[in-house]
Design a protein around this ligand. Structure first.
Ligand code: 5GP
Ligand code: MN
Length: 343
């Protein structure tokens, strides 16, 4: 990956100062890439003598509980002691990992806007990043933020600085954000990085098993229900959508993260080019979008659902009812198709 020499030097210079107080932030509904990149980067910074706090807006899914060091991540939503606010107020540097816009911090956004004069560094792989960062590593061509962190560490300190523990953390994001090495942006460099992590002693089967084979019975049954009863196809079978109401989630003892992967499943149908998942929350509906090939769901999410992400994986929100949201989706897909975006 082509990292900017100038940005690397600026970052190195910043981190050469002793004992910085650093906060690493990642996005709402943190996933394997968010948590893995944050914890690995935290280890790198601690090894250089800095004091690091990782903060996420809300809880990560339970199938990441095993990740080394995850218990130290401060979850802002349930942080009754005010650790996150204090760490952010006292921070010299804020690292923003795996997100491109402060709005993606949702309930944590305000704290970041008002409460700090810290310098800001972006390390991310989403399209169209916000402005206002002092140092920017924005690499949409990177398949995960974990791979980007790997490349940064390699460029700054060499692979000798990577421990087995960091390797496990980084592998989680490389694996999950690429759909187990099946999506786009799979480069020889990525597989060389995986080879280095193997040399550090990571066990790929163990990590795979810990992440993908650790669901509850409720989740397995919810999956069957969602595919069988809730998946619908439109546009001559080329576009899919699925929705889950809060009452349906309760029936299957839903826990955060349980719907992960559902939206991808519709794309196992040969004709389907684009898929959406509508998940009801108390105050809004969260939308996940996935697509194949040239169908650009980042564009779709920005245009119709006030969101964004990557070309083949994006998301957004709706403040309408489920029925109205689905109507809006169907109409938007029609318009999108008429404009030629569905090929
Ligand atoms: P997921 O469906 O896994 O929640 O999200 C897929 C991708 O879309 C992720 O890369 C995520 O960062 C991005 N994304 C999800 N929701 C939003 C949103 O509301 N706004 C923006 N800008 N990106 C989102
Ligand atoms: Mn990511």
């Amino acid at each position: 990956m082509e990292l900017s020499h100038k940005q690397i030097e600026s970052l190195k210079e910043m981190l050469a100062q002793p004992c910085l107080r650093i906060v690493i932030l990642s996005h709402t509904n943190p996933d394997g890439d968010a948590v893995g990149s944050s914890l690995a980067w935290a280890e790198v910074l601690r090894a250089r003598g800095h004091e690091v706090t990782c903060v996420v807006p809300n809880k990560y899914p339970y199938f990441l509980d095993w990740m080394p060091g995850i218990e130290e991540v401060v979850v802002f939503k349930t942080d009754t002691e005010g650790r996150a606010v204090k760490a952010i107020a006292e921070a010299d540097v804020l690292f923003c990992l795996d997100f491109n816009a402060v709005s993606r911090l949702e309930i944590l956004s305000e704290t970041i806007q008002g409460n700090t004069t810290a310098r800001r560094v972006l390390i991310d792989h989403h399209l169209q990043p916000d402005e206002g960062f002092d140092i920017v590593f924005s690499h949409p061509e990177s398949s995960s933020t974990c791979f980007l962190v790997y490349c940064l560490v390699e460029a700054m300190y060499g692979t000798g600085a990577i421990t087995r523990r960091m390797g496990e953390l980084l592998y989680v994001g490389m694996m999950t954000d690429t759909g187990n090495f099946a999506f786009s942006h799979l480069t020889p460099e990525l597989f060389r990085a995986v080879a280095v992590l193997l040399e550090k002693g990571i066990s790929i089967p163990e990590i795979h098993n810990s992440v993908y084979n650790a669901y509850t019975e409720g989740r397995a049954r919810l999956f069957g229900y969602a595919i069988n009863r809730k998946m619908a196809l439109i546009e001559d079978g080329t576009v899919a959508y699925m929705s889950l109401l809060e009452s349906e989630m309760r029936r299957f003892q839903f826990q955060q993260g349980d719907s992960e992967g559902f939206v991808n499943y519709a794309l196992t149908i040969k004709k389907v080019k684009m898929s959406a998942m509508f998940l009801a929350h108390r105050k809004f509906i969260r939308i996940s979008l996935r697509s194949r090939g040239d169908v650009d769901v980042n564009l779709f999410a920005r245009k119709y659902f006030n969101g964004g992400g990557h070309k083949n994986a994006a998301g957004g929100k709706s403040f309408l009812s489920m029925e109205e949201t689905i109507d809006h989706y169907i109409r938007s897909v029609r318009e999108f198709a008429e404009e030629g975006h569905l090929g």
